[in-house]
Design a protein around this ligand. Structure first.
Ligand SMILES: Cc1cc2nc3c(=O)[nH]c(=O)nc-3n(C[C@H](O)[C@H](O)[C@H](O)COP(=O)(O)OP(=O)(O)OC[C@H]3O[C@@H](n4cnc5c(N)ncnc54)[C@H](O)[C@@H]3O)c2cc1C
Length: 401
């Protein structure tokens, strides 16, 4: 594996860096700096800048707007995004549903849904988990029964509850796993449906998480009528789509580039002299050792990701190895947030997110918001399939146990 960038890759990095410096919306950067919560319009404003450049869905086939970048270019792009502290394009449309649509959808479905995802016009949410079905997703209970509509068309009548549905409060549409045949073995009776979130019978109820944020929701489906033409792939074969999507979800979760940026910020904060005369924390050998251990693990993960990318270049897609990236990536994100809290010391304690310019905050700027990030990051080892479940996958499919 050659780790030096080719002259073409170096030129691409310069282009990406210049584009980000020029085009990342200033209003968005200001909001991030003030730790203000981002709105649907904020996310879409950046998405649309990327779409105008043709860079909003790099991994898609070229005919639907993909960039045709090499895996190395994709890696460089994620590094540059993190370096510029740019918010990511949300994964639900571009990274999750998009590949399902262009792999399993009909030509009509692709033409109907892919452009809205690519161009940042339609917000999607993921309706997989239920109160009784998370790790054991195939046991899901939301029922979809075929009925004839008054208009002569066929519909599914959907009833059930989804939970932990991220940012469903903004969603125009959702992709849902529903049970269409309760009589067969669980995986064989599931279908993959696209549901308009404004349909009568859809109710979104907020779940407020540890740090006080509203990121996840319960979604209730009460006699929701969904046209049969909104089903992707065959009836009762939605599990095939569900599994394909999860693998894309997991490899994206590793977040190596963002953790590298987080490590830089941690170092900066640990070099800051706090007001209690104890000197900068970076002078403490025990703390330095923890930072060094983290950096070693992050570097090892980066090389694992590069190896996966090299595999992709030679035609191997993300396989069960994406579980390794998910476990290590999320553990590193959690350790990073723990060390940031330690470095902030008592300045990290007040939780002021949402107030303009962190009104009333004291101590170094870098310390504000670290408590919120610490609490929020607890989720990373749970979502996208918990880390325990990823270990089971590795034991079975990688180690052959
Ligand atoms: C912040 C957040 C956002 C999310 N966003 C979405 C979303 O947008 N859409 C969506 O559909 N879902 C979403 N999820 C749900 C997520 O996928 C589930 O939480 C996850 O799959 C775990 O399921 P569960 O919460 O039901 O826990 P459970 O499955 O009940 O697991 C509880 C505990 O038991 C362990 N466990 C379970 N089975 C095994 C086993 N066989 N071996 C070893 N250990 C096991 C688990 O690791 C876990 O620690 C989100 C979750 C969170 C926290």
């Amino acid at each position: 594996m050659d780790l030096d960038f080719s002259p073409q890759d170096a030129a691409f990095r310069d282009e990406a860096r210049a584009f980000l410096a020029e085009s990342y919306p200033k209003a968005l950067r200001e909001k991030q700096r003030n730790e203000e919560a981002l709105t649907k319009e904020d996310y879409f404003s950046w998405h649309r800048v990327l779409a105008a450049k043709g860079w909003s869905a790099p991994s898609w086939p070229k005919e639907w707007g993909g960039t045709g970048w090499t895996p190395t270019q994709k890696y460089i792009w994620s590094e540059e995004l993190a370096r510029a502290d740019a918010i990511p394009v949300l994964p639900f449309g571009v990274a999750m549903l998009g590949p399902v649509l262009y792999t399993f959808g009909t030509e009509e479905q692709k033409a109907r849904f892919l452009p809205g995802i690519r161009d940042g016009l339609v917000w999607w949410c993921q309706g997989y988990s239920e109160p009784g079905a998370g790790s054991d997703l195939a046991s899901l209970n939301t029922r979809a029964e075929r009925i004839a509509g008054d208009d002569g068309k066929e519909y599914y009548l959907v009833n059930g509850q989804k939970t932990w549905t991220t940012l469903a409060q903004y969603a125009d549409w959702g992709f849902f796993l529903v049970r269409t045949d309760p009589a067969v073995k669980p995986q064989a009776g599931i279908s993959f449906l696209l549901i308009d979130m404004t349909s009568p019978g859809v109710t979104v109820r907020p779940i407020v998480t540890l740090e006080g944020g509203h990121e996840v929701n319960d979604v209730f489906l009460d006699n929701v009528k969904v046209p049969v033409e909104n089903r992707i792939f065959h009836e009762n074969q939605g599990w095939t789509c569900a599994k394909a999507l999860l693998q894309h979800e997991r490899s994206g979760i590793a977040g190596v580039a963002r953790s590298k940026r987080g490590l830089e910020r941690l170092r900066q904060m640990a070099r800051t002299e706090l007001a209690d005369d104890s000197g900068p924390l970076i002078a403490d050998p025990f703390f330095r050792r923890k930072v060094a251990d983290l950096e070693i693990d992050l570097t090892a993960l980066e090389y694992t990701e590069l190896r996966t990318l090299a595999g992709e270049s030679s035609g191997r897609g993300p396989g069960p190895e994406s579980s390794i990236l998910k476990i290590k990536g999320t553990e590193i994100q959690q350790r990073l947030s723990e060390l940031a809290l330690e470095a902030a010391g008592h300045y990290g304690a007040p939780y002021l997110r949402g107030l303009p310019h962190n009104a009333g905050a004291i101590g170094p700027d870098a310390a504000h918001g670290v408590a919120g990030v610490y609490f929020n990051t607890r989720k990373t080892s749970i979502y996208g399939g918990s880390n325990e479940i990823q270990r089971n996958i590795i034991a079975k499919l990688v180690l052959g146990l």
